[in-house]
Design a protein around this ligand. Structure first.
Ligand SMILES: CC(C)(COP(=O)(O)OP(=O)(O)OC[C@H]1O[C@@H](n2cnc3c(N)ncnc32)[C@H](O)[C@@H]1OP(=O)(O)O)[C@@H](O)C(=O)NCCC(=O)NCCS
Length: 210
């Protein structure tokens, strides 16, 4: 049986662990092995009952390992995922209690509880989409994206690589968000957001641009 390794032992890592423990794959397709975290063994509390297995830089993936991404900061996430991919690591998607629409395709992204999507979406890899987010139909989401809980992405929204969408944000139909942009908590976005830009508020306004 394969062993799941959680990349990141912070809040998202602990959340991923709790979800993985009740996921339908647990004990059937895989068991949980522990965590990797670049900050060292002290990041994993004994109360979790799963060990710190090493640093992503030095850990050697084996053929019976699966990895899931649980790092919030996109730059750090991409750096560590790339390190492991370069050593042959295999990342998988987790979709506990999620309902993804017909013909929706997804890569090795972690979906929190009760995320749902409409039909014909394309969702990339190495992302983390937190619980109860609603994704409309025909939405495109790039790699390394982080979406907080209870966000709403209307139909035909297009999200670039490495974008962060904080909790409760809403994006209107057809909006495009450029690579590396940040959407503030609770923002209501009616216009396209350029790459590297931060927007907040309702209606969303730019507070930072490259
Ligand atoms: C995107 C975000 C990080 C921007 O924060 P920031 O760049 O540090 O912005 P600042 O705190 O410097 O605020 C700049 C201005 O925008 C306002 N602002 C910041 N975030 C805001 C938000 N989400 N909604 C409305 N206004 C906001 C501030 O009040 C400030 O306004 P002022 O200049 O009139 O005083 C922040 O909006 C956010 O979403 N924080 C949530 C983080 C979080 O909970 N993460 C968990 C992930 S699920």
């Amino acid at each position: 049986m394969k062993k799941i390794i959680i990349l990141g032992a912070g809040g998202l890592g602990r959340q991923a662990l709790a979800q993985l423990q009740v996921d339908y794959g647990h004990g059937i397709d895989w068991v949980i092995a522990g965590f990797l975290d670049e900050r060292g063994p002290e990041t994993v509390s004994e109360a979790l009952y799963y060990p710190w297995l090493g640093y992503p830089e030095t850990f050697i993936p084996e053929s019976d390992h699966y990895f899931v991404v649980a790092i919030g900061e996109p730059g750090s996430r991409e750096k560590q995922v790339r390190l492991l991919l370069g050593k042959g690591a295999e990342f998988i998607s987790v979709r506990t209690r999620c309902q993804l629409g017909a013909r929706t395709q997804y890569g090795a992204t972690f979906f929190g509880y009760d995320v749902s999507s409409g039909v014909d979406c394309q969702i990339g890899s190495y992302g983390f989409i937190d619980q109860e987010t609603l994704i409309g139909h025909d939405v495109v989401i790039g790699d390394y994206v982080h979406i907080g809980p209870r966000c709403l992405l209307a139909g035909y929204v297009n999200i670039g690589r490495g974008v962060v969408i904080n909790s409760g944000a809403m994006l209107a139909r057809g909006i495009s968000v450029g690579d590396g942009a940040v959407i503030g908590m609770g923002a209501v976005v009616f216009h396209d957001v350029a790459a590297g830009t931060t927007v907040v508020g309702n209606p969303a306004r730019v507070i930072f641009s490259k």
